[in-house]
Structure formats: structure tokens, C-alpha cells
Write a protein that binds this ligand. Structure first.
Ligand code: NDP
Length: 290
């Protein structure tokens, strides 16, 4: 199942995430994901595992053109020249000449000129054919307007926190108005679990009931909910059984009522960092050379 981005490039709707996947097990996880059918891998310079992603892809024996690779520039590499160089670092570690989708990981409200210059570097990389599509992450509607005002190419994707407990309907509508695909990070609400919240999405009774009705797992219900609402989702796992199960979501459909019921679980509470709290001072991290 593909989504066509606003520049005509096709992207698989369901991908595989590797945030918090240790560098030395990333190649195994990625190779396993590709073996069971995923064709989109989402990583980031700041995850420290781009080399493992590249190795996993090579190990899969698939042609590189059959795997959609997505990575993100970290804030410490923002600025026009810095971001151009950050592309070289990521492409070098991934072992590819071209990256399918390159995102800015976070806008920097206190260093907005640097953010805009980083985005202009993405536009350059797109014009030069080094990337096939460009986008952003964790961008709220007001910041999106500001980026669009100062740059020329509408992002293809905005990757933001979306799971049943935090749906960000306002962000989704703003993205849709510009033809931007909303891509859900923590699509199963993994963050509600590894943060140690009292109630995680995986244990939600309402999701559990819907899962039972369809004889699937809560994770599968949540992933199906994204796909049926037109979002991309990038579930992460290092466990082979869960890697396979999270991709096995094409054999059932949720009803409109079930989709609405899941929408109704929104708490309005963000689990990831507040976008305006992300500053070069608090989140700096040097990204090593390739
Ligand atoms: P997910 O919703 O993908 O949940 C992953 C967590 O749930 C892991 O702890 C995983 O453990 C566990 N898990 C996986 N499958 C199942 C299952 N079927 N049943 C029960 N538990 C399961 O959350 P993430 O936060 O990892 O987000 C996914 C991806 O989104 C990331 O890998 C990354 O690519 C991206 N992301 C982007 C961010 C951004 O700022 N742009 C921020 C955060 C994430 P285990 O591995 O042991 O299975």
C-alpha cells in the first residue's frame, strides 16, 4: 500500500522505525523487517544506527531501489552548508548515493533562521537529485506556515507524534491543507509504554475490545487505524514476532464507528518533547562523520 507524495513520489504507507534500536542489532532488525515485507525504513542521524540500517538493507539482498530510505538531520547540523554536509554524513553511513526522504528532525524556535537555512539545503539536495523528497518532523501548524512563507517547496511529509492517546487533529488538518502526508511516530503509542505511563495504549480496554472483535492484537488495530485514515506509520520493534505481526495488518478492516471510537481516546497530552522546548542548548549532540 503506497501513498503518493505531493511531488509524485510513491512511499509505502507502513514503514519500520529504529529509534532506540541499538546500533549492533539494527542490521538484524532491518533485515528481518525487509524479509517479512516492509519496504520503508525510518532512521535518523541522531539514532546513531544509520550504518546498521545500510547493512541490514545490503544483507536483505534487495535492490536499493526497492527500499524507501528515510532519515533525519539533527539540529546540531542545521544551517545551509552544515545541512548539505549532514546529507553526506548520513548517505555515507547508509552506504547510498541517494536518500528517498530527508527530514529536518525538529524545528528550532530559538534558532529559526538556522532551521530555514537547513530547509533551503534540503531544497538544494532535492534539486540536485540527491534526495527524492524532503520534509519536516515535529512541526506545528504555526511553524509550518512560517517555514512555507520563507521557502519555496512544500514539505512532502510531516512526521509527528500520533497514537490513540494523542492524535493532533489540528496538525493533521494543517498538513492535509497543504497536501503534506502526516506520518505517525510512536504509531502504537510505544512512548506511553516505554515512558512508564500508568496506562499504555497497548493495554487500553477499548482498543483491546476492538482487537478481540477482529481477532487481532491492539498493535494491529492501531496500525490499521492510521492506514485507514490516510497516514503513514512507522512502528518499531526488535522482536521478530512483533516485527512480523506489525506488518500483518492488511487482512482486516475497522468500521467507521471503530475508527471514531479510537479517535475519541485522545487525551490531548503530548508525550514527546514540547516542540518549543527544543533548543540547541538543551538538545545538542554531535553527529559523527561517516
Ligand atoms: P512505537 O509505537 O513504534 O512502539 C515501539 C515500542 O513498542 C517498543 O518499545 C517496542 O518494543 C514495543 N512494541 C513493538 N511492537 C509491539 C507489539 N506488537 N506489541 C507490544 N509492544 C510492541 O513507538 P516508537 O516511539 O518507537 O516510534 C516508532 C518510530 O517512530 C521510531 O522507531 C522512529 O523511527 C520514529 N520516531 C520519531 C520521532 C521523531 O521525533 N521524529 C520520535 C519517536 C519516534 P520491542 O522493540 O521490544 O518490540
Amino acid at each position: 500500500m503506497n501513498l503518493t507524495l505531493n511531488n509524485g513520489v510513491d512511499m509505502p504507507a507502513l514503514g519500520f522505525g529504529v529509534f532506540q534500536t541499538p546500533p549492533d542489532t539494527t542490521a538484524d532488525a532491518v533485515a528481518e523487517a525487509l524479509r517479512v515485507g516492509y519496504r520503508l525504513i525510518d532512521t535518523a542521524a541522531s539514532y546513531g544506527n544509520e550504518r546498521g540500517v545500510g547493512e541490514g538493507i545490503r544483507r536483505s539482498g534487495l535492490d536499493k531501489s526497492d527500499v524507501f530510505i528515510e532519515t533525519k538531520i539533527w539540529i546540531s547540523d542545521y544551517g545551509y552548508d552544515e545541512t548539505l554536509h549532514a546529507f553526506d554524513k548520513s548517505a555515507g553511513k547508509l552506504g547510498v548515493e541517494q536518500i528517498d526522504l530527508l527530514l529536518l528532525h525538529q524545528p528550532l524556535p530559538t534558532a529559526f533562521d538556522q532551521t530555514v537555512n537547513a530547509y533551503r539545503a534540503l531544497e538544494r539536495l532535492l534539486a540536485d537529485g540527491r534526495v527524492r523528497a524532503i520534509g519536516v518532523s515535529n512541526v506545528m501548524p504555526d511553524v509550518l506556515d512560517e517555514i512555507l512563507r520563507r521557502t519555496s517547496i512544500v514539505p512532502a511529509v510531516n512526521q509527528v507524534e500520533v497514537h490513540p492517546y494523542f492524535t493532533q487533529a489540528d496538525v493533521q488538518s494543517a498538513d492535509a491543507a497543504y497536501g503534506i502526508v502526516t506520518q505517525a511516530w510512536s504509531p502504537m503509542g510505544g512512548i506511553t509504554s516505554y515512558r512508564g505511563d500508568e496506562q499504555s495504549t497497548f493495554d487500553d480496554p477499548t482498543i483491546g475490545e476492538i482487537a478481540e472483535r477482529h481477532d487481532v492484537t491492539p498493535a494491529q488495530v492501531m496500525l490499521r487505524w492510521h492506514l485507514q485514515q490516510g497516514r503513514s506509520a512507522i512502528p518499531k520493534s526488535v522482536n521478530p514476532e512483533r516485527i512480523a505481526a506489525n506488518f500483518d495488518v492488511f487482512g482486516f478492516s475497522l468500521t467507521d464507528d471503530e475508527l471514531a471510537t479510537i479517535d475519541g481516546l485522545d487525551t490531548g497530552i503530548r508525550r514527546g518533547p514540547e516542540p518549543e522546548d527544543v533548543t540547541p542548548e538543551t538538545f545538542a549532540r554531535e553527529i559523527p562523520e561517516a
